[in-house]
Design a protein around this ligand. Structure first.
Ligand code: TXA
Ligand code: MG
Length: 338
């Protein structure tokens, strides 16, 4: 791990790491973020792994210019009235401690938003962060740079102590100016709502767009709500019924033209092929040829979407080994099947 103060040189180096799929912790005005290229699903999977989150939880996508907004969001899905409100807000409150929930651009991989059709997007008010983001692909997904369940880091040393070697580089920009996470505002729903109170006060938003609802009282509220089964299921579960099987069970699952088969690794697929002798038209996918949970996690949401379009009546899928990111994969598969 490289630990350097923010300078033109270190920021260039950090941007290079991001472009190559690595992880960089960087300062923002709120808290330190654990950044990965928002367009690279394997890099995004590393974020979940480094934080040791037991479940996937959608990340905030950081941009460094308003022109980049359309690269990460699909504003055509917003009504004219909503677009006007959006620009009233961004004109006055961006850059700043405010994340906006918007329909996501299809180029953003599903793992960034945990399968949701929306993404949290933020233009942060921090010079070094903005330089870093501009020199990368222009969009950096970053949750707070702390392990799951521990406090958000407001100093580079916090990140070093808690995440250390799990990060390729930590940029030290001194203590965070605000020290509390951004406000998360959902403007995609019928009623505009604060999902997480934070660095931008409700009043500052109301001054621009009138009364808004505060749906959350604590920071963790949003998180619990989003990963609660009811909340995510409708967004996440494939339309096709999903049958979740152990490795042994899927190997013994008879082939049927009307079913799709999703394997965790190619060894299990090969064992199944040997036993069930499917024909050439069989719909078969593998999450990771070599059985790497990181790669499997990065492909999970996309593969389920893809299978959903294959017009089969059921998808049989194999659970991942219940360790590391395998836990998060299995959590999502089980939710999708219930
Ligand atoms: O200040 C901040 O927001 C910091 C810095 C690094 O930018 N980031 C941060 O990220 O706090 P994180 O991952 O710790 O919190 C992201 C919050 C979570 O509550 C998550 O559930 C919510 O944003 N969120 C992300 N995407 C969402 C979506 N599509 N819909 C609703 N909530 C979303
Ligand atoms: Mg956090």
């Amino acid at each position: 791990m490289i630990f350097l103060p923010t300078s033109s040189e270190s920021i260039k180096q950090a941007a290079e790491i991001l472009r190559n799929g690595g992880l960089v912790a960087f300062p923002t005005e709120t808290v330190y973020g654990l950044g990965a290229d928002a367009f690279n699903s394997q890099a995004l999977a590393k974020v979940f792994e480094a934080k040791n989150r037991p479940h996937f939880n959608p990340l905030i996508i950081h941009i460094a210019s308003i022109d980049t907004l359309e690269k990460v969001a699909d504003l055509s899905l917003l009504s004219e009235e909503r677009r006007q409100k959006l620009f009233l807000i961004t004109d006055k409150l961006w850059p700043g401690p405010l994340s906006l929930i918007l329909p996501k651009n299809e180029k953003i991989p599903g793992i960034a938003t945990a399968g949701l059709p929306t993404a949290a997007i933020r233009f942060c008010d921090h010079d070094a962060a903005q330089k870093l983001i501009s020199l990368s692909t222009g969009a950096v997904a970053a949750p707070s740079a702390n392990p799951f369940g521990s406090l958000s880091p407001t100093r580079a040393e916090h990140v070093r102590d808690k995440l250390g070697e799990k990060v390729d580089m930590i940029l030290d920009g001194g203590p965070a100016r605000i020290g509390i996470e951004s406000t998360v505002l959902d403007i995609t729903n019928e009623t505009i709502k604060i999902l997480r109170p934070g660095g931008t006060p409700k009043e500052a938003i109301e001054k621009l767009i009138g009364h808004i609802t505060d749906s959350s009282t604590t920071t963790e509220n949003t998180v619990t709500k989003i990963i609660s089964p009811g909340q995510l299921k409708s967004h996440y579960a494939p339309k096709t019924p999903l049958g979740v099987l152990s490795q042994k069970e899927i190997i013994n699952q008879p082939y049927d033209v009307d079913n799709a088969f999703l394997f965790f690794d190619s060894a299990t697929r090969d064992a199944w092929i040997k036993l069930q002798k499917p024909d050439k038209t069989a719909v078969v996918r593998v999450l990771s040829e070599t059985g790497m949970a990181l790669e499997a996690a990065s492909r999970l949401f996309e593969t389920l979407h893809d299978l959903d379009n294959c017009k089969v009546s059921k998808i049989f899928t194999q659970l991942a080994p219940q360790e590391g990111l395998g836990e998060a994969i299995n959590d999502r598969l089980k939710r999708g099947s219930s």
